[in-house]
Write a protein that binds this ligand. Structure first.
Ligand code: ZN
Ligand code: ZN
Length: 331
């Protein structure tokens, strides 16, 4: 992963380039900056909060996390299982607490990300470095290729989903309310000050979960093992899995995006509360048609092992951009 001094030394020239190129996304850049300032206020508000509020803020991490992983990612972006209206409404509410843009726009960008990973058409192209893949992409306007290919894909299944369209119609006011105001209103029931809960269970929790999600695009695309597809950037990253409630098994996920578990193994050997949550919903009949890719992988692995036994070497991935720079330095 590129954490070289060069990455930090490049910051002024990258900022100058985007100013000169008029490619700064001012509204989103200002919003993300304000979010971090308000989250910092939340951090210093922690000592004033009641224990119940801190527990509430902690519980909102998996709740809003599931709104992303179980909801907009595994259901709406990848259709890895089918869900009843009740399940979709619940996941839409969870997703609104996470406040990462509407389900419609998140799923659109994510389908583009999978189809064009590590190219100009990838909204958070990891070949542009850790910071760009993590949050830098929100500070600049979309690459024209992202916009172009986004128009070519079919999103009619999203338009046909009443839960998705309800949230889209009220965007961004409904998600802003659910993310910041709703957690504070709940906390007033145990006598918490509205603004203390607003800053801690709302803003601080929101900002932390944002970074946990962004780690999937940055750390899990740049660091970890590649047991399922040696040629792809996405990697198996346990740290990201802990942060993102089971969404860091990213080499498997990019190889088999239709798999509802987004990982090879069950929850006893790979941390994956999102899979558990889907299984619990299935137990209660709220979801069905859970797709798995283990049979496809068994066949692929047998083919790979046969090739290795026959002396055919594994394909070699192209050097990463920062490795190319290092190699040039060595010459
Ligand atoms: Zn990815
Ligand atoms: Zn995905």
């Amino acid at each position: 992963m590129d954490f070289s001094a060069k990455m930090f030394k490049d910051i002024p020239s990258v900022v100058r380039y985007h100013f000169a190129n008029k490619s700064v996304n001012y509204p989103m850049g200002i919003y993300i900056t304000i979010v971090h300032i308000v989250a910092a206020v939340g951090f210093f508000t922690i000592p004033q909060c009641k224990p119940e509020t801190l527990i509430w803020a902690f519980i909102l991490w998996p709740i809003s996390g599931f709104g992303i992983t179980v909801g907009v990612h595994r259901l709406w972006s990848h259709r890895s299982y089918d869900a009843s209206l009740a399940a979709r409404i619940m996941l839409m509410l969870f997703n609104s607490i996470a406040n990462q843009g509407s389900i419609y726009h998140w799923a659109r960008d994510h389908r583009v990300h999978h189809k064009f990973s590590e190219t100009d058409a990838d909204p958070h192209n990891a070949t542009r470095g850790f910071f760009f893949a993590h949050m830098g992409w929100l500070y600049v306007k979309k690459h024209p290729e992202v916009v172009r290919v986004g128009r070519e894909l079919d999103f009619s299944d999203l338009s046909d989903d009443s839960a998705v369209m309800f949230q889209k119609k009220l965007d961004p006011w409904f998600t802003l309310y659910m993310c910041f105001v709703f957690p504070a209103q709940v906390a007033t029931y145990w006598g918490e000050e509205f603004w203390d809960a607003f800053f801690v269970a709302g803003a601080l929790r929101y900002c932390i979960v944002l970074h946990f999600t962004w780690f999937v695009n940055s750390a899990a695309h740049l660091s970890g093992d590649h047991p399922y597809d040696v040629l792809s950037y996405p990697a198996e990253n346990p740290f990201v899995s802990y942060c993102a409630v089971g969404e860091g098994w990213h080499n498997w996920h990019h190889k088999y995006p239709f798999d509802y578990a987004a990982s090879e193994f069950g929850i006893s050997s790979q941390f994956n509360p999102s899979k558990l949550f889907i299984d619990v919903m299935a137990f209660f009949g709220m979801v069905w048609g859970r797709k798995r890719a283990t049979a496809a992988w068994t066949m692929n692995r047998a083919r790979r092992d046969k090739n290795i036994a026959a002396g055919v070497p594994l394909p070699k991935p192209a050097p990463r951009p920062w490795e190319v720079v290092d190699m040039k330095k060595e010459l």
